[in-house]
Design a protein around this ligand. Structure first.
Ligand SMILES: [Zn+2]
Length: 243
């Protein structure tokens, strides 16, 4: 069993001038390769919505169709229709943009995130999601109840082997989750947008982290210090860290 870390969304924001990517995982499981987040899709490069166009300028998103999950899956010698399952941390376009490239896949997601898409309550939710990502009506598999613990976090088991969990880390969006995956070397936690790119350098103040990515930064940093054996990834890790 292996976990490959893919960069499916290179960005070079104007300020601060960070060179970051968009973390997706390609995990070997008993049900074939599972994608955790999709990054940007082909349509985000070839026919972007106004929302994506706006963020492309703001975040300095690269034009790079070869970085899409579907192209990277093919480059690894897999057939795209071998991907039967996609697990999503949340529905923002830079994490879910690749969904239309895998319209046959079951999409595993926290129910709260799905409800925020269907019935946005906060003003930001009204325009935060790119409707083009969901026009093909994905085959959703929704989860709600955390029935287990992963270390001291509430955890929702996903139906794959090796073990995988959705870890509710709400804040960045209503139903935002991290995804914990086990392989032969131990655990990896993709914190997605609950952990800032710059966590190890403390470049952004706590109040800004709380506002933009939610309340879990202090807890995730403390967890990282207590558990050096667990690999933690920010959803927009430095590009140099993709290995
Ligand atoms: Zn996001």
């Amino acid at each position: 069993m292996s976990i490959q870390i893919l960069n499916c969304a290179s960005m070079s924001p104007w300020w601060p001038r960070w060179q970051v990517g968009g973390v997706c995982l390609l995990v070997d499981t008993d049900q074939g390769p599972v994608l955790v987040d999709t990054g940007l899709g082909l349509h985000d490069h070839e026919a972007p919505s106004n929302l994506v166009r706006f963020f492309r300028m703001d975040l300095g998103i690269h034009y790079a169709p070869e970085e899409t999950a579907i192209r990277q899956v093919a480059a690894r010698g897999l057939q795209p229709d071998d991907i039967h399952h996609i697990v999503l941390t949340h529905l923002h376009f830079d994490h879910a943009g690749g969904l239309p490239d895998f319209p046959w896949a079951k999409v595993h997601l926290h129910r709260k995130e799905f409800e925020a898409l269907l019935h946005p309550k906060k003003w930001i939710e009204r325009f935060a999601y790119d409707r083009k990502d969901f026009k093909h009506q994905p085959d959703w598999v929704l989860y709600e109840h955390a029935t287990e613990k992963w270390f001291d976090f509430e955890a929702i088991p996903l139906p794959f082997s090796p073990r995988m969990y959705l870890i509710p880390l709400f804040g960045h969006t209503s139903g935002h989750c991290g995804v914990a995956v086990e392989d032969s070397t131990g655990w990896l936690l993709n914190c997605s947008d609950a952990l800032p790119t710059n966590a190890q350098f403390d470049l952004t103040p706590d109040w800004l982290n709380r506002m933009a990515i939610g309340p879990y930064v202090p807890r995730l940093k403390a967890f990282a210090a207590d558990h050096p054996e667990v690999r933690l990834l920010a959803g927009h890790a430095w590009r140099a860290d993709f290995k």
